[in-house]
Write a protein that binds this ligand. Sequence first.
Ligand SMILES: [Zn+2]
Length: 78
Amino acid sequence: MTQEMGHEFQSNKIKRLPPSVVKDIELKNHARRLANLSAIKIVVRTCISCGVQFESAGNRTCGCNTRSAGFIAGREII
Ligand SMILES: [Zn+2]
């Protein structure tokens, strides 16, 4: 497990993705590149449910109203 992800922006207002999810997305992106698919981007969005800012890999909510399993697995990718 490495903690050096290059994610340097620190904000306590933004709900961040757990490192395991970020790692999972990086692995998926590697596979997607090999398959000539566009990479999944992590962007900061505002939760449509509670209005909190959060890091999203395609999710529209921060996870407050979705099952944590689905959120953690990053399956809500559009
Ligand atoms: Zn929310």
